[in-house]
Design a protein around this ligand. Structure first.
Ligand SMILES: C[S@@+](CC[C@H](N)C(=O)[O-])C[C@H]1O[C@@H](n2cnc3c(N)ncnc32)[C@H](O)[C@@H]1O
Length: 225
């Protein structure tokens, strides 16, 4: 009997690679061309934290404007929606149309179908476009578009972690807003870049799953008023 089944392939625009969605006995997982596992539905502690932690720090979470990039398996989006209030709007930007479709199918059950929440807005495209165009638009911007500053799915995502990308993203924040970044691990060069952009920084180590084992890194960078 097969242990897992391939459910779909979603090409990454302009990258010559794809993401593949598999279903195992109890979980779903997403792999990149070549076999690297990008994420699975069993371990999402740090993805949850990326959505919840910055929203918990807001003075007025009830009516927050939040931007999340990208959707992945929907855990960061779902966690942000749990913290913010009824007047909030949470925009999720996702580059790959197929990923959006997977979340509207059986995969979406695992995160509680956050795309169906009336406070959710979907942007189908590159989150960098929103960072460049929405000046002072968000109270929280939570970015998990790759493996972290050392990305692997999209070379173009390097910009998001560059001085120029950080500076542009900080201008998309409202005063007092928080930029949150996910990474597979610590990165002193990226940390230095955040500090050089004048942001007040908190580096948090979060378990990938439960209360032991692998940890991931989340940076919360605040634009002081
Ligand atoms: C590691 S997953 C995100 C996981 C997510 N935090 C969760 O809770 O499931 C990265 C996602 O970002 C998307 N992505 C990659 N580059 C992007 C970009 N420039 N703009 C928007 N989405 C992007 C990928 O297609 C993928 O769905």
């Amino acid at each position: 009997m097969r242990y897992w089944e391939l459910l779909g392939e979603a090409p990454i625009p302009g990258a010559g690679q794809s993401l593949f969605l598999y279903q195992g006995k109890d979980d779903f997982f997403i792999r990149l061309t070549g076999g690297h596992e990008l994420m699975n539905t069993r371990k999402h502690g740090s993805e949850d934290a990326l959505g919840a932690l910055p929203c918990q720090r807001l003075k007025q979470p009830g009516s927050a404007r939040v931007l999340i990039g990208g959707l992945g398996m929907g855990f960061t989006l779902a966690a942000a929606l749990k913290v913010v209030g009824p007047e909030a709007v949470v925009t999720v930007a996702e580059l790959i149309p197929g990923v959006m479709e997977w979340n509207r199918g059986p995969l979406g059950e695992r995160s509680g179908r956050p795309l169906d929440d009336p406070r959710t807005r979907v942007y189908s495209g590159d989150v960098a476009e929103l960072l460049r165009t929405k000046k002072a638009g968000f109270d929280v911007i939570a970015l998990d578009v790759d493996n972290g500053p050392e990305g692997m799915t999209q070379k173009a995502n390097d910009w998001i972690y560059s001085m120029s990308g950080i500076s542009t993203a900080s201008k998309a924040l409202r005063p007092g807003g928080i930029l949150a970044y996910w990474s597979a691990g610590p990165d002193s060069e990226f940390r230095n870049r955040l500090q050089q952009c004048g942001l007040t920084l908190d580096e948090i180590s979060v378990f990938a799953h439960g209360k032991k084992g692998a940890r991931h890194t989340i940076w919360l960078a605040t634009l002081e008023v």
